[in-house]
Design a protein around this ligand. Structure first.
Ligand SMILES: *Cc1c(COP(=O)(O)O)cnc(C)c1O
Length: 399
């Protein structure tokens, strides 16, 4: 039988961040002492009171289908946080809960985009954005942001990228992979351009609570009723509460689009898991102190990793305001050699570190920025220090 696959399967590649993590895991399984900076999830356990809520739900028999877009209690917990944290008021019919924020974004792409549409994606980007736009038959239009601008999209860049085909822009603040976070004034300037051109704003805010140095995350939707009407706020319990495996994420925004997403979800996954919804309600409404404990640990690690990276000649790294990634520039190492092999780009750099000193990082090319690489500090301080010792040794060995 001819195994013809649908054309769309050829448009995208498997997530490169997951494949680096897999390569490092395979080396570990062979007994090799690898230091992994690839992790895209917090290294903390899900807080106990959240797990208990799921166990209780299970015991009480809350183990059947729920409404497709999530239970009313789940939606109300999301509405509560949006109002509490951002003063944003939504109705239940403006929220849909899905199997993680990635699934929320997928439903949104399927509901909004089609052939001939352009969607603006600032680079460095989370790898899933362009992939999902492609799966929706539309075209991701990548805008390269500048490192000296801390990898933030400027209103001028946005303006000059817009064409009559542009439907939306995808913003992610704080950002994966850079950790950069937009200030309120910067969001206002971008929102103005979006309103002028009638664009949808897709605002991925999954790292909103993982922020440092007194930075306060502002949701772009909170900048006014007009902006709110054009914005889809994307969030999840995954990163904030160390609940990546539970698969609960959501979108708040235009009721008609949310209804279309719900229709799509009803014919694909149906509802997100019942007991995971029970746990997520507890996460959103219960005590929030576990978040602070995690953020404090992340900040200490961030400070160490940034200062260690900057002390290595040929490497530079700005101090990110959020998330748990740093995005150092390794281009000072490009053109240098080891064993007769020359490092030309981020992929060579990542290969060199993995093979020669057993350190796993994600090459920046995966995120559309070849000068840099992503290191996650969702790992122990001990691992961070050991890994940085090795990176320093490896960079100094280049000639
Ligand atoms: C982790 C992540 C998500 C998705 O998280 P889910 O596990 O699907 O809830 C979305 N956006 C960014 C930028 C992420 O890093």
């Amino acid at each position: 039988m001819e195994k013809r696959l649908a054309e769309r399967t050829g448009r995208i590649k498997p997530s490169p961040t997951l494949s680096i993590t897999a390569a490092a895991k395979a080396m570990k399984a062979q007994g090799i002492d690898v230091v992994g900076f690839g992790a895209g999830e917090p290294d903390f356990d899900t807080p106990e009171h959240i797990k208990e809520a799921a166990i209780k739900a299970m015991r009480e028999g809350f183990t059947k289908y729920t409404p497709v877009p999530g239970t009313d209690d789940m939606k109300d917990a999301i509405l509560y946080r949006l109002e509490e944290d951002h003063g944003l008021k939504y109705e239940r019919n403006q929220v849909i809960v899905s199997c993680g924020a990635k699934h929320s974004l997928y439903n949104l792409a399927m509901a909004l985009f089609q052939e001939g549409d352009e969607v603006i994606v600032p680079a460095p980007y989370w790898v899933t954005y362009p992939a999902q736009v492609l799966l929706a038959d539309a075209e991701p239009v990548i805008v390269e942001t500048k490192e000296e601008n801390l990898f933030k999209l400027t209103p001028e860049q946005l303006e000059e990228t817009i064409t009559p085909k542009t439907r939306a822009v995808i913003l992610n603040t704080p950002s994966n992979p850079t950790g950069t976070a937009y200030e309120k004034e910067e969001l206002e300037a971008l929102a103005e351009v979006c309103l002028k051109h009638n664009l949808w704003i897709i605002s991925d805010e999954v790292y909103e609570k993982i922020v440092y140095d007194g930075y306060r995350h502002v949701s772009i939707a909170s900048l006014g009723e007009e902006v709110k009407a054009r914005t889809f706020v994307v969030n999840a319990v995954s990163k904030t509460y160390s609940m990546t495996g539970w698969r609960i994420g959501w979108i708040a925004g235009d009721a008609d689009v949310v209804a279309a997403m719900s229709k799509i979800q009803s014919q694909s996954t149906s509802n997100p898991t019942s007991i995971a919804q029970a746990a997520a309600i507890e996460a959103l409404r219960g005590p929030q102190d576990a978040v602070g404990v995690m953020v404090k640990a992340f900040k200490e690690r961030r400070d160490v990793i940034v200062s260690r990276l900057n002390s290595i000649p040929g490497v530079s790294c700005f101090t990110p305001k959020g998330a748990f990634y740093v995005f150092p520039n390794f281009s000072g190492c490009y053109g240098k050699s080891y064993n007769g092999k020359t490092i030309k780009n981020s992929l060579d750099m990542a290969d060199y570190l993995l093979n020669e000193v057993k350190v796993a990082i994600v090459p920046g090319v995966a995120f559309g920025e070849d000068s840099c690489a992503r290191l996650s500090y969702a790992t122990s301080m001990e691992a961070i220090k050991k890994g940085l010792d090795r990176i320093e040794e490896a960079v100094k060995a280049l000639s």
